[in-house]
Design a protein around this ligand. Structure first.
Ligand code: F6P
Length: 343
């Protein structure tokens, strides 16, 4: 069997470990051959491929990014897009299976191609951990660990200057990174897209901490929407639609805290640092296992399915199960974190 691997959407620590796991297992266990498509669906649509022999994956588990490159290209766009053209590309390069490694957008494209009869299997990927049908996505643990380390550092400088520190983390639609890194770092408020919180409540938490002589730490996910009409009226941190402007919500929260409490406050946007560099041990193991699992699925011709983590087991789920809405932080998980707020 000749298997084509592709990585698509935002990059994520662990992508290279998936590639390595798939190639090593496929060659050793079945004698398969591997190629990589360059830059996500673009490489599939244009037939831009590179051979992936055994030596090409040496040392890859600890390497961040993706050696294949990535893009947000839609496989149905453009004159060369769509299942018929892609089928011709696969035939021309003698490719029997495609392993699509990506998040919601990538897997939605993979599902449409599999529904059209193409031999596609999937591997879930996103630092946001917002995909249904899998307990964790690789990249999430790394992002949480980077954000936690950054917050520990913000706390020492914050304490020294008696300031309130705000950390804006990734999470456009869900707040898993904010929730986990905030809990790990002992944040005094965690603001996420799933739950609206009024700025008066935030300043109450901040004042409680400050009154005890401590330096408050506030964690904000980039998609948080304050339950505060002022945010929309002032246009601060919001797009015309009322949705927070990415990179703007941390600044809005910072300015409001300083204005409402009089406490000197500083904002730090962690941004793409959360996606760069080496994956954690947990993510390397999960990604390697998913690479192995994806090859097993291709071997069994389980087209239209994704390899997922349930507890500690790998399972095969239909793409449709993975695409059944985003996995949001539930109320009980947020309530657990809230126990730590203020104080
Ligand atoms: O989906 C992962 C993610 O990192 C989001 O948390 C973030 O909003 C987005 O990607 C950023 O995308 P880009 O790298 O295209 O700016």
């Amino acid at each position: 069997m000749r298997i084509g691997l592709m990585t698509s959407g935002g990059d994520c620590p662990g992508l290279n470990a998936v590639i390595r796991g798939a190639v090593l297992h496929g060659i050793k266990s079945f004698g398969h051959e591997f190629v990589g498509f360059r830059d996500g669906w673009r490489g599939v649509v244009e037939g831009d491929i590179m051979e992936l022999p055994r030596q090409s994956v040496r040392g890859l588990a600890r390497q961040g990014g993706t050696i294949l490159g990535t893009s947000r290209t839609n496989p149905f766009d453009g004159p060369n897009g769509g299942p018929e053209n892609i089928a011709k590309v696969l035939e021309k390069h003698h490719i029997d299976a495609v392993v699509a490694i990506g998040g919601e957008g990538t897997l939605a494209g993979a599902k449409r191609l599999a529904d059209a009869g193409l031999p596609v299997v999937g591997v879930p990927k996103t630092i946001d951990n917002d995909l249904q049908a899998t307990d964790y996505t690789f990249g999430f643990d790394t992002a949480v660990s980077i954000a936690t380390d950054a917050m520990d550092r913000l706390r020492t400088t914050g304490e020294s200057h008696h300031r309130c520190m705000v950390a804006e983390v990734m999470g456009r639609h869900v707040g898993w990174i904010a929730l986990h890194s905030g809990m790990a770092a002992g944040a005094h408020a965690i603001l996420i897209p799933e739950f609206r919180v009024h700025m008066d409540q935030v300043t109450e938490w901040v004042n409680e901490v400050h009154d005890r002589g401590r330096s408050p730490l506030v964690v904000v996910a980039e998609g948080f929407i304050p339950d505060d009409r002022k945010a929309a009226i002032a246009g601060k941190g919001t797009e015309a639609s009322g949705r927070p402007r990415l990179g703007g919500i941390g600044e809005f929260v910072t300015q409001e805290i300083e204005h409402l409490t009089g406490i000197e406050t500083r904002n730090t946007i962690l941004g793409h640092i959360q996606r760069g560099g080496a994956p954690t041990g947990f993510d390397r193991v999960l990604a390697t296992r998913l690479g192995i699992g994806a090859v097993n699925m291709a071997n069994d011709r389980q087209w239209g399915k994704m390899c997922a983590l349930r507890g500690t087991d790998l399972v095969r789920v239909d793409f449709s199960e993975a695409l059944d809405g985003l996995k949001a932080v539930p109320q009980d998980r947020y309530d657990e974190a809230k126990v730590l707020f203020g104080r």
